[in-house]
Design a protein around this ligand. Structure first.
Ligand SMILES: C[S@@+](CC[C@H](N)C(=O)[O-])C[C@H]1O[C@@H](n2cnc3c(N)ncnc32)[C@H](O)[C@@H]1O
Length: 381
């Protein structure tokens, strides 16, 4: 047994003991060593900052990171060297990989399309289960796709990796029995539905500017529509064409801006930190991005400002929390009253009985998508 074998076995044993690795997938995970897919340089997310870890400098630490239950950033800034520091490709956390594969219900012999090849690790797992010749995996980034193609071939899983925008699907290998996206969408592309056989499934992380995101499980019907519910926390990077503009709060919130000022008794925690509340708010409000800024970068200090930003226009709101108070000053700037919109959405959710995100679902047809609560007849977004 090598050190990698030991670490690999220990990770799978831990995932299984925690109930995070379905027995159906255990053999496949055993056959695919994760470190064969991880690049020589990765970045660990330390409090939002990418910290590099190079195999050449710290081989033992690198190997331990490959078999830790955490995501590894594998590319920054689309690989353009611009230094903004946002993650543009990663190897997802093993728990998340296992959760999504369990939801896919992939069986031997099925044809499957993956959107977001990344390192190729997930594609290898799909290949272990379905057969490499039945797996097509798309990545929009040529360098990422090329690297994954080579890793998959070297590890014995010669999946067809195509450099392409996955939101168009891949008609040459359709129809698929299963479509799995490992990058998040705000709008489910109809191409995925059109290229999936009736009865087939689509599993994708889905989110909004407000909330990223939940796992969406769709089933495709013979009439060319797809419908299904949300279930599970799955925060993912967006597919490139649906990214929100990057922008620092200090560039958007300017001292010279005119503001209206009010006070609220609604604590930001209830709207931002409650998974189900923030999921529902995201469904109800159009483009609105929350950003929390702690005083002196100190989450333990208790004082912070929650900003609400319109990612595409100039409106913003700020919502200030000081320890020991229960009335929170709100300032709003621009044509949209973002705090008022958020509050109305929060009250809608509270009045609806605080539904869990699992009570929401989504239907996709040629005309677009509709989010519903409890059933398609109760459209809410
Ligand atoms: C979280 S990573 C995927 C992880 C991967 N499945 C693995 O096992 O390592 C997301 C990937 O989606 C890719 N991506 C982003 N937008 C895309 C698009 N429109 N079409 C295809 N791939 C896309 C990124 O380049 C990135 O490599």
């Amino acid at each position: 047994m090598t050190a990698a074998d030991d670490l690999h076995s220990a990770l799978l044993a831990d995932l299984a003991a925690a109930g995070r690795l379905s027995p159906q997938w255990r053999d496949d995970f055993t056959r695919v060593p994760r470190h064969r897919f991880i690049p020589e340089t990765v970045w660990l997310d330390e409090d939002g900052e990418p910290v590099p870890l190079r195999r050449a400098d710290s081989p033992d630490e690198w190997l331990r990171a490959c078999y830790a239950d955490r995501p590894l950033i594998t590319q920054l800034d689309d690989g353009d060297g611009s230094g903004h520091g946002y993650s543009s490709s990663s190897a997802s956390m093993p728990t998340t990989v296992a959760m999504m594969l369990a939801a896919l219900d992939l069986r031997p012999g099925m044809r499957v399309l993956e959107i977001g090849t990344g390192t190729g690790y997930n594609a290898a797992l799909l290949a272990a289960r379905a057969g490499a010749e039945r797996v097509t995996s798309l990545d929009v980034d040529p360098a990422v796709a090329e690297r994954a193609r080579a890793s998959l071939k070297a590890a014995g899983w010669p999946v067809n990796v195509v450099t392409a925008d996955g939101t168009a699907g891949y008609p040459p290998a359709a129809p698929y029995d299963r479509v799995l996206a490992t990058a998040a969408v705000q709008r489910v592309p109809y191409a995925w539905v059109a290229q999936t056989a009736p009865g087939g499934r689509i599993v994708t992380p889905w989110g909004t500017a407000f909330h990223n995101g939940a796992l969406l499980h769709l089933r495709v019907r013979a009439d060319g529509t797809a419908s299904g519910r949300f279930g599970g926390n799955s925060a993912f990077m967006w597919v490139r064409g649906q990214r929100l503009p990057h922008g620092a709060v200090e560039d958007r919130v300017r001292p010279e801006h005119d503001c209206t000022q009010t006070v609220t008794e609604l604590h930001p925690h209830y709207a931002l930190a409650d998974f189900d509340a923030s999921f529902a708010i995201g469904v109800r409000v159009p483009a609105m991005k929350p950003v929390v800024v702690f005083d002196n970068d100190d989450p333990g200090g208790g004082a912070y400002t929650a900003y609400l930003l319109d990612p595409f226009a100039e409106s913003w709101a700020s919502w200030r929390v000081e320890p020991g108070t229960c009335r929170f000053p709100v300032r709003q700037h621009g044509p949209r009253r973002l705090f008022d919109e958020l509050r109305a959405a929060y009250m809608w959710w509270a009045d609806a009985g605080r539904p869990a995100h699992t009570r929401f679902g989504l239907t996709v047809d040629r005309a677009g998508q509709a989010v519903w609560l409890d059933g398609p007849e109760r459209r809410v977004g």
